[in-house]
Design a protein around this ligand. Structure first.
Ligand code: ADP
Length: 880
């Protein structure tokens, strides 16, 4: 059960409780009814907004706990409008004045498809739609801490409460993230009809060296020379204590609850307060809560004279009331001033000083049937019994209330325990199912069971790389790995948060993506799931290749078909040299005896495409990537995942997995050997031999260390060909870069590294605190900001790879910027106000390649970037 469900229960329970307790009163502690966003009493037409992202995220979807219907699960403002600096808001018109004590917010969950929420927001309100006020808490803080996730409802007390008809929720954002909101308002109708009062500014009392501030600190009217048309402390439902130096509200200053004046500033001996109402009413009484601390020079008013106005003029005959003086009790109290059923829309009352000081903390009016604002504020008072009936606390009701509250707390605690228990179980189940998946895979790949005896011949003697010898090899590994050498720690380079692991959750955030997502899902279904039931949302994660090729989740077509690669007997591998080191462990060059027999008929294809394994008859040279012995479970899973992915890919420009050794540890994958290593290192060793020239001349291998522009473009063309193949499978690589391409004979380029990282290139990755390490300099803005990885974000990375190739990898992309500045720049791409910095045109790059290809890969809108099909054709045409 979700927490918001709990909230709902609590409110329904409270409602029941309150109807049992008795009359509805404006008491902030009980006036907490949901006003109808979730319940539907507030009509769609009364919910408006400054902007909306799309029709499906229109204001009417901004209802708390409302997660169905034809919308996308919340109100979301238009980000472009927000980026312009215009404050975005969701507005609720309550149709009449309400006393609001609580607000609730929720993000966009949409059954797991949404992930947007407002972490912080402000509230603005108005009683007449003309004068708008920004709400602040009692300490003057305007920002409310909102949601931490898209599904939980977070309720915030409004202290001070708001009296308003119109309320605006304004998400506070840095404009780089999309926020969506669902809201609810809680409170009750404001039957007083009081729209505003104006009173002279309160004074500052010095009591025994203590500053006592008696101003109206939460007054929301326009303060010119004299405050007007506002409400504040006198209507906030909080009454002052007997001792005005103290307050029931925590952390405020002495005198906080009271507005007070000294008679020294009022030569006529009275303070005049004007009260304005929503319309003409017949008034029964006015109740004024006053301090009577005569030992400190504070007393009840001596006389109240109230004038009435229904039209333009004030009527001449006031109601005059003289409360009995109390020289015994110093308790604060309500004094009821009878108003003689006079009709008025404004009342002007003169309160005459009974002593040096007069302090009042609350004023309430009873008119017609509206007699509720005499609510109880639950702090004790010394008022004399019978003096003010509104001050009596009904003990039996209080006991019932306390009993019920205790029961509610007990029920809530039980529910929370159940929720937590359920979550723990879910996690355990998830872990168990993942383990089963791995075991299943291992079982399928393990065609033969052979003891591991990995032959090494570094000193022409055969050494078994058992666990201990393998780790010592790591320590003497090649340079550049830095802290990676010998470390048994494994870092998952790609994001760990659920969103990043499963970008399909996020994919519908932007309409442009929703569209392309639908297209891709449709095409993947056509391609691979002709009859199967589609499993819902679009997929872009690298793991999805498996579900695409294996059929819908649950269908175990892996078991039905032959294994994608075979188990290779370890004892037929002879170590030649160490090629490099990756995140999983070392990569070795080996001779594989009898490998030919293991390869299926399309193996011959590899021979014609420059892979190092294409030696005739004898043992094949292969690259063997080994999972280090002490690898943890995550590393092992990812290693197996890379095997699964690679085993199903067949393309001349994708590095080929030939066989595996997974029946015993250490796990190994055997790939074709690419004799020139990775493209980044390879380009580093080269120099550009000629100016930007076109045509096929000079293609093939560079001569010595000199490479021509045409040769560079031929490399790029091959990368594009490999990516075209991947994108045709709806497969997203996520980490395309020169460091992840391998170079074989005759300058054949193949895309590799489906494990997503390389320790040698640690500097290319950026660590997001505690979450993930990302190749931010290659990533599209939407991948960084929204966690979206799509074919279009691979195209972005292709643009950066093209740039690397044409600069011969002499510098890192955005080399002059720090990681933080790169991320800031990403925000500029998002805002699209022309402030974003693009990678500069490499010297060897013709203008048209820069503008027609490179810059197009970095278009803000993903659907305006070229696809790999188009890129490939473009490069092919240019090469011709
Ligand atoms: P990881 O993905 O775990 O970071 P890599 O697969 O990138 O590790 O391998 C690390 C290094 O090993 C590469 O930089 C490259 O120099 C070398 N290497 C990897 N695979 C091959 C191969 N098939 N042929 C030649 N060298 C390779």
């Amino acid at each position: 059960m979700k927490v918001m469900g709990v909230v709902q229960i609590r409110h329904h329970f409270l409602l029941m409780l309150l109807s049992a307790v008795g009359r509805s009163q404006v008491n902030p502690e009980v006036c907490r009814y949901p006003l109808g966003m979730s319940g539907g009493q507030i009509l769609d037409e009364d919910i408006t907004a400054s902007s909306q992202w799309s029709e499906s995220t229109a204001p009417r979807f901004g209802r708390l706990d409302f997660d169905h219907g034809d919308g996308d699960g919340a109100w979301c403002p238009d980000v472009a409008a927000a980026a312009d600096g215009r404050r975005q808001y969701l507005q609720v018109d309550l149709r009449s004045l309400h006393f609001l004590t609580l607000v609730g917010t929720q993000g966009r969950h949409a059954d797991g498809m949404g992930n947007e929420f407002a972490q912080r927001y402000r509230i603005h309100y108005s009683r007449d739609d003309a004068h708008w006020v920004g709400w602040r808490d009692r300490k003057g803080q305007p920002v409310i801490e909102g949601n931490r996730n898209p599904y939980e409802a977070v309720l915030k007390d409004l202290e001070p409460p708001i009296i308003a008809r119109y309320v605006r929720f304004m998400p506070v954002t840095d404009h780089s993230m999309i926020v969506c909101m669902r809201v609810e308002l809680y409170g009750c109708q404001w039957l007083d009809g009081l729209m505003g009062y104006s009173a002279p500014e309160g004074h500052q009392m010095i009591y025994r060296g203590l500053d006592v501030f008696l101003n109206d600190s939460v007054y929301d009217g326009v303060a010119a020379d004299r405050p007007t048309k506002g409400l504040g402390l006198l209507t906030d439902g909080a009454w002052g204590l007997d001792d005005f130096l103290h307050s029931p509200i925590y952390g405020v200053w002495p005198g906080y609850d009271y507005v007070g004046w000294t008679n020294r500033s009022f030569p006529r001996g009275y303070v005049e307060i004007v009260f304005d109402f929503d319309h003409v009413r017949t008034f029964t009484s006015m109740k004024v809560h006053c301090s009577n601390m005569f030992s400190r020079g504070v007393r009840l008013f001596r006389q109240a004279s109230c004038f009435f106005r229904s039209e333009a003029e004030w009527e001449g005959d006031p109601v005059v009331f003289l409360p009995p003086a109390d020289r015994v009790s110093q308790g604060a109290r309500f004094v009821t001033v009878p108003l003689g059923e006079r009709t008025a829309s404004s009342i002007r009352c003169r309160l005459h000083f009974g002593d040096l000081w007069m302090l009042i903390s609350e004023v309430a009016f009873q008119s017609g049937s509206a007699v509720y604002n005499t609510s109880l504020r639950g702090h004790p008072t010394n008022a004399l019994p019978g003096e003010d009936p509104t001050h009596k606390v009904d003990d039996s009701n209080t006991r019932i209330l306390i009993g019920c509250l205790v029961a509610i707390i007990a029920i809530l605690s039980a529910i929370i325990v159940i929720i937590l228990w359920k979550q723990v179980w879910q996690k355990l189940l998830e872990k168990a199912s993942r383990r089963m998946l791995d075991d299943e895979l291992t079982a399928r790949l393990a065609v033969q069971t052979q003891a591991f005896s990995f032959l090494r011949s570094s000193s022409s003697s055969t050494t078994s790389t058992s666990s201990s010898s393998s780790s010592s090899e790591v320590e003497e590994g090649q340079g550049g790995g830095g802290d990676s050498g010998g470390s048994s720690t494994y870092e998952r380079i790609f994001p760990l948060s659920a969103d990043y692991q499963e970008p399909s959750r996020l994919i519908r955030k932007l309409p442009e993506f929703a569209q392309s997502a639908d297209d891709l899902v449709a095409s993947s279904r056509l391609l691979l799931q002709p009859a199967g039931g589609p499993d819902g949302g679009p997929h872009y994660a690298e793991a999805d290749i498996i579900s695409l090729l294996d059929g819908p989740p649950g269908a175990s077509s892996l078991a039905a078909g032959p294994p994608a690669v075979k188990e290779f007997p370890r004892d037929r591998l002879s170590f030649r040299e160490k090629l490099g080191e990756g995140q999983f462990g070392e990569v070795h060059l080996c001779e594989a005896e009898g490998m030919q027999d293991f390869l299926d008929e399309d193996a011959s294809e590899g021979r014609s495409h420059g892979g190092g394994w294409s030696h005739g008859g004898g043992p094949l040279l292969v690259a063997v990537k080994t999972l280090r012995e002490d690898a943890n479970k995550n590393a092992r899973n990812d290693f197996l995942k890379e095997i699964r992915i690679l085993s199903r890919l067949r393309d001349p420009n994708i590095v080929r997995l030939l066989a595996v050794c997974v029946d015993s540890d250490p796990l190994c994958m055997i790939t074709e050997y690419m004799e020139n290593g990775d493209l980044n290192q390879y380009l580093h060793t080269l120099q550009l031999g000629q100016g930007p020239s076109r045509g096929a001349e000079g293609q093939g291998e560079p001569l010595g260390s000199v490479v021509s522009y045409a040769q560079l473009m031929s490399m790029v063309l091959q990368v594009a060909a490999g990516m075209r193949y991947l994108s045709s499978l709806n497969f997203v690589h996520r980490d395309l870069a020169t460091r992840n391409c391998l170079v074989g004979a005759s300058c054949t380029i193949k895309i590799a590294d489906f494990g997503m990282s390389r320790n040698l290139y640690r500097g290319d990755y950026y660590r997001i605190q505690g979450r993930a390490v990302l190749p931010i300099r290659w990533m599209a803005w939407e991948s960084i900001l929204l966690g979206k990885f799509t074919a279009a974000s691979d195209v972005w990375a292709f643009g950066v790879t093209l740039w690397e190739v044409l600069t011969l990898c002499q510098q890192q992309p955005y080399g002059a910027l720090t990681d933080e500045q790169v991320i800031e720049n990403t925000g500029e791409f998002f805002r699209d106000q022309g402030k974003q910095v693009y990678l500069p045109k490499p010297a060897s790059c013709p203008d048209d390649v820069y503008t027609d290809l490179m810059l197009r890969c970095w278009r803000r809108n993903a659907n305006q970037r070229p696809g790999f099909q188009e890129i490939h054709r473009h490069l092919l045409d240019n090469a011709a």
